[in-house]
Design a protein around this ligand. Structure first.
Ligand code: CA
Length: 518
């Protein structure tokens, strides 16, 4: 392979090395640039001399300032780049460059499960919600029994999932921020892939009472063998109710409810649904310097196709958007949407300040090994996932997204917490990765897109789509974008299963609770 680098923007003074084994000192590029030292793959080379204090540019943006003079052909490492301050939130352009409406894309459908509440499922799953960690092992035990004894009789149902978590008691439930884990659980309980109807197991004495979790539901005074219900659709079992004697009877009660729900779920049929009924959550994990030029732009292209088809596309990860927010507020459809975005950034700035987090808390050692010098470079690559359409709406952490088009849902960047917070609003998940992660979710299929071919080759049974071919010029961003779009429709229909689903890789629910624990 010839020596190859990728310069994203004409004004950039750094570029990343493409060659899988990196390049040796003395390597000369066709344009005469000569490496003064060995540089690993995906790390940056200086294209020209950068004087001390001058900006280092990538993506046409300033990613930092040179701490000392950098010569053309030098390896531009983390320690040579001073971290810039984040864009001030009170000086951002608001809806000043709203992209024009993209041309509609019609005729694309998938086979989905329609729900009474207007949502659409991509899988048919029995979900059992828990109000508190105390009941989690009991529910896990019941789920094993359901899987062995009941599920084989209901071939139309894909799986049984216990929504277990560490929240529910010993928490300051009225403190600011407590609404976040509560509303996340509330929306998860009626997930589109559960048929949008909750089955809930509660202990009885916990802080998070079922009436708090579902304030709109009529609650029965007791549960037991007669199967009382929260409403026509929602079932509730309380372990401390007097009708339930001992563990065996408790498990038997859970199995009775489960059987009733399985009968309902088994009657669901897939029907042809327009692509507009998809709601696709996007995130990255284990990013590298290629992420921003291969997998994220390809996913961004697919995001534009989904938006054109009338679907919802959700991106989040506040700490990986914060340093590029000046590129997003102009794209907001209205001034109000831009202000909503700034509100979420400010909330998170204050949250991090409360915890005295420093600006180097993100990126990770793996990100740095992958060539990312700091969070600014990471953010510029991360927002490529959002494509080019107007930002239509902003949701707070754990709020259910109801808008179509491109939506920012505020979440931490942590893979498992971001996934958990996007879950209530999505029926498909796309995960881009450079360093690699076997990440998967129990409630929705997760499609993994790699930034580098080397990763896709090393993990052929974990990575679904290789976007690394963009770096070598073997494929274009548009080709990969269409490939992702078509693959998502097949995964949504159940006719294709991504690797994480085939292996049954299910990361735990990780609720975001910024409120104190007592
Ligand atoms: Ca992430």
């Amino acid at each position: 392979m010839q020596p190859l680098y990728i310069q994203v923007h004409a004004s950039d003074n750094v570029a990343i090395i493409v060659n899988p084994d990196g390049l040796a000192a003395g390597t000369e590029f066709p344009n005469g640039l000569r490496l003064r030292e060995a540089i690993p793959q995906s790390h940056k080379v200086a294209l020209r001399t950068v004087e001390q204090g001058e900006p280092v540019r990538r993506y046409g943006q300033v990613i930092g300032f040179a701490k000392r003079r950098i010569e053309a052909g030098d390896w531009v490492r983390e320690e040579l780049v001073e971290l810039p301050t984040p864009p001030p939130l009170d000086q951002l352009p608001l809806a000043t460059a709203v992209p024009p409406e993209l041309p509609p894309l019609e005729g694309y459908t998938f086979q989905g499960y329609r729900n009474a509440d207007g949502t659409t499922g991509t899988r048919n799953i029995l979900g059992i919600t828990t109000t508190v960690q105390c009941v989690a092992p009991t529910v896990e035990y019941a789920v094993q029994r359901i899987r062995q004894e009941l599920l084989p009789r209901f071939p139309n149902v894909d799986d049984v999932v216990a929504l277990t978590h560490t929240y529910g008691c010993g928490v300051a439930i009225d403190a600011p921020g407590a609404e976040i884990p509560i509303r996340t659980l509330r929306h998860l309980a009626s997930h589109p892939n559960f048929g949008a109807a909750p089955l809930v197991v509660s202990l009885g004495c916990e802080k998070l009472q079922p009436s708090r979790l579902f304030p709109d539901q009529q609650l029965p005074s007791a549960s037991g063998p007669h199967l009382p219900v929260l409403s026509a659709e929602a079932y509730l079992i309380r372990l401390q109710d007097h009708e339930l004697r001992g563990f065996a009877e408790t498990v038997a009660a859970i199995l009775r409810y489960a059987e009733k729900r399985l009968e309902e779920l088994n009657r669901r049929q897939r029907v042809a649904c327009p692509a507009s009924e998809l709601s696709v959550g996007l995130q990255c994990g284990g990013s590298d310097a290629f992420s921003g030029v291969t997998c994220n732009p390809a996913v961004g292209f697919a995001a534009d196709l989904l938006v054109r088809a009338g679907a919802t596309v959700i991106f989040g990860e506040v700490t990986e958007v914060r340093d590029a927010v000046h590129l997003l507020t102009p794209r907001a459809a209205t001034v109000d949407v831009a202000l909503d975005l700034i509100r979420e950034m400010r909330w998170y700035d204050e949250y991090l300040a409360r915890g005295r987090a420093d600006r180097s808390a993100n990126p990770t050692p793996g990100n740095k090994r992958g060539g990312l010098v700091n969070v600014v470079e990471k953010a510029l690559g991360s927002i490529a996932k959002s494509g080019t359409s107007a930002l239509r709406a902003v949701a707070g952490p754990g709020e259910r997204v109801r808008s179509k088009g491109l939506v920012f849902a505020a979440t931490p960047a942590s893979d498992f917490i971001c996934g958990t917070l996007q879950l209530p609003s999505m029926n498909l998940h796309v995960f881009t990765t450079g360093e690699g992660s076997p990440y998967g979710l129990a409630l929705v299929p997760v499609v993994k897109v790699s930034s580098r071919t080397a990763l896709a080759e090393r993990w052929p049974d974990l990575i679904d789509i290789d976007a690394g071919r963009i770096a070598t010029g073997e494929a274009t961003i548009a080709e990969l974008g269409w490939q992702i779009f078509h693959y998502l429709l097949e995964v949504a229909s159940g006719s294709k299963k991504p690797w994480a689903e085939r292996w049954g890789l299910h990361n735990a629910l990780a609720l975001f609770n910024p409120a104190p624990v007592t």
